[in-house]
Design a binder for this molecule. Structure first.
Ligand code: ACO
Length: 426
């Protein structure tokens, strides 16, 4: 007999089905609750709400497990590339050599932006925040592809492969152009026959007569950074993408909303906040000890620590922590901010406040130090996260477009005034 859960409301009992995921997670299916009882569930911040069934990514935050399509992130980090993992996340299986070649080729061929984009860029103030520019530009790209942005699901899905490749490719071009716009530098066209990351670094840093040559260590570190950000189930930005998609909006509009959601410091903006925090600690001559005390007393927040889902080490933080040391070693650099980060991590992991609340480093704790070592300016960090997260947003958009027919529309408990009447200002 299938499992059920009994809910007692006003002395009356109601039975609801229990549904299980393939990893054994359980949920009470309350879809009929309001119809049966007039009650809804209340879950501020959605910490106990499963908003969907999904077969893309599995996270077990208690143990510190992250798997895409069943494959552990550690194995992907060791054996795959950002584009290989993007294919896996989007299409559900590891690519064959032929599939990989076709996918990479579609991405390479779609790197350049329409010439008119120069006008869009020149419409922004040069100090516009790169996340604002990115969000606007992704929607703008859609305007040049009306066949992919019809808001008719069948039609938009017919063009899915091309639209996905186009977004993965152009998000990188937009990011590089935004950086160059802010720095007052001329735009650089993409190059054929070089890798995804190398092409990005070329568009960011090449100068007239001086092609930027990425070292293998830099390319690998950045590729790993993107790979580790590829997807992370129902986080704030991905849920936003799904929410927007549920209304029938096309992929470009949906991921553009995802960028806006990612921008905030509690989400993707944390990678910028971590490096600013480490720099501020360094500037005051603290080794992190005073800052830990401030975080415990609520006067500061230890950015890059804590997670809604992980109550253990975020596996991505572990990989990035080691990768930062490898990269700095290969560059022959040392970074005092890495020493502070290591000290903060050690002190926090031994401190009762952080132990009790199960606060561990998250993906953003070390990612900014990798980006800094690669030479990416701090204000671009969250844009880098967006480049990495694009395949996850695309895969989640597709799950909605091919599966769910219902618009996402939570309810609320109204706590405002009742029975008021209009009173004229006179
Ligand atoms: N520093 C100090 N205390 C913290 C921290 C932190 N980074 N994070 C949580 N706490 C404390 C809270 O003050 C709270 O304490 P209390 O019980 O005494 O009130 C307790 O731990 C629980 O914290 P919540 O805020 O309820 O946890 P929630 O799940 O809502 O928030 C979040 C998770 C937003 C990630 C939070 O830990 C945070 O702000 N971290 C810093 C920002 C950050 O790194 N964000 C990136 C997340 S990963 C990502 O989005 C890519």
């Amino acid at each position: 007999m299938s499992e059920t859960a009994t809910i007692t409301i006003e002395g009356k009992q109601y039975e609801y089905p229990v549904i299980s995921g393939t990893e054994g997670e359980k949920a009470v299916d309350v879809r009929k609750l309001r119809g049966d009882t007039g009650y809804i569930t209340y879950d501020d911040g959605y910490g106990n709400t499963g908003s969907c069934l999904s077969d893309i990514t599995f996270v077990n935050g208690e143990v510190g497990i992250l798997r895409h399509r069943g494959i552990p992130i550690e194995e992907l980090a060791e054996h795959s590339s950002f584009l290989g993992t993007s294919f896996l996340v989007i299409y559900g299986h590891l690519p064959s050599n032929e599939e990989m070649a076709a996918f990479s080729d579609r991405i390479s061929r779609n790197a350049d932006l329409h010439e008119d984009f120069r006008h869009h860029f020149s419409g922004f103030p040069t100090d516009a925040h790169p996340m604002a520019v990115l969000s606007a530009m992704l929607n703008a790209v859609g305007c040049y592809h009306s066949e992919m942005t019809s808001n008719n699901r069948e039609q938009d899905l017919e063009h899915f492969d091309r639209a996905a490749a186009l977004l993965i490719s152009k998000v990188r071009t937009i990011a590089a152009m935004t950086y160059r716009m802010g720095a007052g530098l001329p735009f650089v066209s993409s190059r054929e026959n070089i890798g995804y990351v190398e092409n990005f670094l070329h568009m960011m840093f090449s100068e007239e007569g001086a092609e930027y040559q990425a070292t293998p260590e830099i390319s690998r570190a950045l590729d790993l950074f993107f790979l580790l950000h590829a997807d992370h189930e129902q986080n704030c930005s991905t849920s936003t993408v799904r929410m927007v998609a549920s209304g029938g909006a096309n992929m470009f509009a949906s991921v553009s909303a995802g960028v806006s959601a990612l921008w905030g410091p509690l989400h993707g903006g944390a990678n910028t906040a971590v490096v600013k925090m480490l720099q501020a600690i360094h500037d005051t001559g603290d080794d992190g000890s005073k800052f830990i005390e401030a975080a415990k007393s609520g006067k500061a927040r230890l950015m890059g620590f804590g997670h809604r889902v992980y109550k253990n080490y975020d596996p991505r933080a572990k990989i990035l922590g080691s990768a930062t040391e490898v990269l700095l070693g290969s560059l022959g650099h040392s970074d005092p901010l890495l020493d502070i980060a290591r000290h903060l991590e050690k002190a926090a992991l031994e401190d009762e406040y952080f132990i009790e609340r199960k606060l561990y480093p998250n993906v953003d704790f070390y990612s900014g130090l990798i980006l800094k070592a690669v030479g990416i300016p701090v204000e671009m960090f969250t844009v880098m996260f967006a480049i990495g997260r694009m395949p996850g947003w695309i895969a989640n958009w597709r799950e909605i477009a091919t599966g769910s027919k219902r618009i996402h529309r939570p309810r609320q408990i109204y706590t405002g005034k009742v029975d008021q009447h209009f009173v004229s200002a006179e």
